[in-house]
Unconditional design. Structure first.
Length: 258
């Protein structure tokens, strides 16, 4: 069989077009494909919810790829080890309560399992704004990351979601946009984005799960974004809280959708 270059192009364009159109009206939209965002998407998709995830970079995985200082090993605690086992990621005991896993295996396996569960991931798309109706976050405004990088004057598109999750990590990009442009009072102690504190793994791992919750009507925080929004410390290259955070937010939204 001869390969027709035009048919290859048509196949890609037609398939992507159909996939993107289906993503314009969903149950849940997640921004940020780090470990928390992908874990959250996995549990939502597994529960039969229509969920899409938008990642501005070419690759998914956030900081998990690099482990600690580019040593591609990560540490998780007992509770999170059970989540990795659910994904069939291999773990090894370092000391009691400390488990190691290969960061490359973690990212690739979590991504694969999430996609096969039904999560739709769109890379190279950035959320540049939120859609607000009646003081509720109900969607996203999207544009190509290349447009953002080149600073081109190209208008975006919009998509609708019953719930939006900010899983953009330290930057807390979606919450910052909502706070700056909407005038909404956030559900934090100050009513505003509080910013993350210095690294303290023990406290950070606890607060990241505690802070994974609704921050404005229709908008949830997930992963390191949760501590950045609610004022908790960062936790460094221990990733258990990220996975537990993603699962917790998924469970909260599943309950809301039910």
């Amino acid at each position: 069989m001869q390969i027709d270059d035009i048919k290859v192009s048509k196949a890609i364009i037609e398939s992507y077009k159909d996939k993107l159109i289906k993503a314009l009206d969903v149950d849940v939209a997640i921004v940020g494909a780090g470990p928390a965002g992908m874990a959250c998407g996995y549990y939502l998709a597994k529960a039969g919810k229509k969920v899409v995830l938008f990642e501005r970079k070419l690759s998914v995985g956030g900081g998990m790829w690099g482990g600690g200082i580019m040593f591609n090993e990560i540490v998780v605690q007992e509770k999170a080890k059970k989540i990795l086992e659910e994904f069939n990621v291999r773990t090894r005991v370092y000391e009691p309560g400390y488990y190691l896993a290969d960061s490359i295996e973690c990212v690739s396996t979590i991504c694969s399992k999430a996609v096969k569960a039904g999560l739709k991931i769109f890379n190279l798309l950035s959320a540049e704004d939120v859609m607000i109706r009646k003081n509720r976050i109900c969607g996203l405004v999207l544009n190509w990351t290349a447009v953002e990088i080149a600073n081109l004057h190209v208008d975006p598109i919009t998509m609708r979601a019953k719930f939006v999750i900010d899983a953009t990590g330290h930057a807390a990009e979606v919450v910052r946009i909502a706070e700056r442009k909407s005038g909404l009072k956030l559900k934090t102690k100050t009513g505003k984005l509080m910013g993350e504190q210095s690294m303290w793994a023990e406290v950070g791992e606890e607060t990241i799960v505690k802070n994974s919750k609704e921050v404005a009507n229709g908008l949830y925080t997930c992963g390191m974004c949760a501590n950045a929004v609610f004022g908790g410390p960062r936790m460094g290259p221990i990733f258990g809280g990220m996975l537990l955070s993603g699962r917790k937010v998924a469970q909260q939204i599943i309950k809301e959708l039910s």
